[in-house]
Design a protein. Structure first.
Length: 394
């Protein structure tokens, strides 16, 4: 969206607001699909931005759900449960029962406990559920190789489950393809060989999170943000020749389609330094790797009606929270920044909308606006977090 469109949205809906451009998302996702080809399937991890679920449903084959709350969102949006992969490191028996009752048929197992709970729930229903076994990358997620191999070796003990393959994800924002993703794809291919050779297990499916890098900050190269997937596509297609390969991402898919609008509510000079206070803050804006405003995102300055001064100056952009941590940008040069000007933070379509400390100081949560190229509509109004932080005492 251009400056004029964002200015119009700010005037109509107010700030602070997130604006998600579903037309831009559609273009990006179709480009990604064209790059990887039909042999590689796409999965959207909805934790990146649940407000994009309706737009994503026709663009990916699978939605990854990682919590009971995320499943409830999908239920409310009437998502086809057979397109859901129910994942997550904390699955209780109740979570699994709820998911199965909702019609979910595909699960990941991140521990021997998950395998047992899934099997017990499946047996109670008299059916067999396909399960992906998550292999750890050395963190709390997934299973140690020894536990995964033990499950494969004793797969006949789980009459309610059919192990269909492997789930693997090791991290996000990884820019070195040769060191990270290509090395992982070789490892996964060799692991599949081991399963076939030593356990007679054919890996039918591989769910892989490549964690491709997206450039958030102004000093980075934005000329081709699809370059990482274009470079990795041949390697993905090679592995897709061996099994059904799905790549699972959130940040790389959604970041580019989002803009955050916030208004300058105060300006001041403290000890010779210019500060602008905005009606948002770090409880809304959370760029990965941009802690304490040390790296500057791409920002469009939208002058207000009273804006007259065009003198350039260096500013610190600070939010509404009473903490010294609430620094969005430590130093940025802006011309004639004034009260009631709007600042548009770009490439914020993933995570910030749900990841920030939204309850801190009981500040209101921002509006959510979807724009589709034909207009903009409010899909969530301002939420008052004070009710959440208030003790229920009678």
């Amino acid at each position: 969206m251009d400056k004029q469109q964002l200015a119009a949205i700010a005037r109509e809906f107010g700030t602070p607001s997130f604006v998600f451009d579903t037309a831009a998302l559609d273009t990006r996702m179709r480009s990604i699909k064209a790059i990887v080809g039909d042999s590689v399937h796409l999965c959207y991890s909805i934790k990146a931005n649940p407000f994009l679920i309706p737009a994503m449903q026709g663009l990916v084959e699978t939605l990854e759900v990682c919590s009971p709350g995320e499943l409830e969102i999908c239920e409310a949006l009437h998502v086809n449960p057979q397109t859901i992969l129910f994942s997550g490191v904390n699955k209780t028996a109740e979570d699994i029962e709820h998911a199965m009752d909702a019609g979910v048929v595909r699960f990941t197992a991140e521990s021997p406990l998950h395998i047992r709970l899934l099997n017990e729930a499946a047996l109670r229903r008299g059916r067999v559920y396909p399960v992906l076994l998550r292999l750890t990358a050395g963190s709390q997620f997934g299973m140690d190789e020894s536990d995964l191999l033990d499950a494969i070796a004793h797969r006949e003990d789980y009459a309610g489950l059919r192990f269909t393959g492997i789930h693997y994800f090791s991290g996000t924002q990884r820019a070195k393809l040769d060191k990270d993703q290509r090395k992982e794809l070789i490892m996964l291919g060799e692991f599949m060989d081991k399963l076939a050779r030593d356990y007679g297990f054919v890996c039918e499916q591989l769910e892989y999170g490549p964690g491709l890098y997206f450039p958030y900050f102004a000093h980075e190269d934005h000329s081709d943000t699809l370059a990482p997937i274009r470079a990795l596509a041949p390697d993905l297609q090679t592995l897709a020749g061996r099994c059904e390969l799905t790549i699972e991402m959130g940040r790389f898919f959604a970041s580019e389609c989002g803009t955050y609008l916030t208004t300058v509510v105060d300006t001041k000079v403290n000890r010779g330094h210019n500060y602008a206070i905005v009606d948002g803050g770090i409880h809304h804006v959370n760029y990965l790797g941009g802690t304490m405003g040390m790296r500057n995102p791409i920002i469009t300055h939208i002058p207000g009606e009273a804006h007259t001064d065009e003198t350039g100056a260096d500013w610190s952009l600070c939010g509404s929270l009473c903490t010294t941590a609430d620094i969005l940008v430590r130093s940025i040069t802006l011309s004639g920044l004034a009260q009631q000007d709007v600042l548009a933070f770009h490439n914020i379509g993933a995570y910030s909308v749900t990841e920030g400390p939204a309850l801190f100081l009981s500040r209101n949560m921002p509006r959510i606006i979807l724009a589709d190229g034909h207009g903009a509509r409010l899909v969530r109004d301002t939420l008052h977090s004070s009710a959440i932080n208030q003790p229920n005492i009678k």
